[in-house]
Design a protein around this ligand. Structure first.
Ligand code: KMH
Ligand code: ZN
Length: 277
């Protein structure tokens, strides 16, 4: 029997606004409500981006604490804080977010073009953040948007900056990274270390097909408005919950189980971060 599928909800992201989808949660209360609904639908991890009062991405620690507290009041879901934050926020501000001690946080290993923007992750700064996460016992989720990003992660591991068992998000469909095709997904999955934990993040239109292929291959899955604003062509999703529910159906139709928070914690946070206690 295959491993239970861990579903991560990504309710906000760094780019969309309420103009793009009026149900996009941006305030701490809206984000926590969206996460709670996704938890009840089957998500066991919440990937969190923070926004200020003008909906702009922010690494403000007070807002971060408010969001984490509001989520913890509502449900025991694992929190994976985005250190990607948004293109206009400096790396120095972004990296401070790990001081909030989420169970997990993303680690973006390389700089790249990102649509018309520039996503800056200089090598020395990435090493510094990886070391900080290691020292704080925060599990990194490695976001790889191109095949060389995997090699960069393996070099970080060889320098002792990452845990032995690596956890990847294979991000497909960002303009500046790999295209969202089944061939690219298979190529990346075949190159991962055999014991690695992984999920696909498919941006935009191919989100459903590639999420289904990833689940069929034994990976985990991510769902939410960060990755696609639509449930079907021309049909905006009413928040992230319908996208999580769709992923739950895919998991079950494929004969797999949806991981509980406890199972996700056991799989993803091997050091036993005190987040659940
Ligand atoms: N929206 C993702 C493709 C992160 O969260 O660390 C990029 C991102 C990275 O937001
Ligand atoms: Zn993100």
């Amino acid at each position: 029997m295959s491993n239970p599928a861990i579903i991560t909800v990504a309710p906000t992201g760094p780019i969309a606004t309420k103009t793009d989808n009026p149900t996009l949660p941006t305030t701490p209360t809206e984000i926590a409500d969206a996460v709670e609904a996704a938890y009840h639908a089957g998500a066991s991890v919440a990937h969190i981006h923070l926004r200020d009062e003008n909906q702009r991405p922010t690494a403000d620690l007070t807002i971060g604490r408010q969001v984490m507290d509001a989520i913890a009041e509502r449900c025991p879901i694992l929190i994976q804080m985005s250190t990607g934050v948004g293109m206009a926020v400096s790396f120095e501000e972004r990296e401070r977010l790990v001081e909030l001690r989420p169970s997990m946080a993303t680690l973006n290993p390389c700089s790249m073009s990102f649509g018309m923007g520039e996503f800056r992750n200089p090598p020395a700064a990435v090493e510094r953040l990886a070391a900080k996460m290691r020292d704080l016992g925060i599990q990194p989720e490695l976001e790889i948007y191109d095949s060389g990003h995997l090699d960069a992660c393996l070099r970080l591991r060889d320098k002792g900056l990452l845990p032995e068992r690596l956890q990847f998000s294979i991000v497909l469909g960002v303009q500046g990274g790999m295209a969202a095709t089944p061939t690219n997904l298979l190529t990346m999955v075949n190159r991962l270390p055999s014991e690695a934990i992984w999920q696909i993040i498919a941006i935009g239109r191919p989100n459903l097909e590639l999420t289904a292929i990833g689940l069929a291959l034994g990976g985990n899955a991510r769902a939410g408005l960060e990755d696609t604003l639509y449930l079907a062509k021309g049909e905006l999703s009413d928040g992230s919950t319908p996208l999580v529910e769709r992923t739950v159906r895919l998991v079950r139709d494929l004969g797999r189980q949806v991981a509980s928070v406890e199972q996700a914690h056991q799989e993803l946070v091997p050091l036993g971060h005190p987040a659940l206690s």
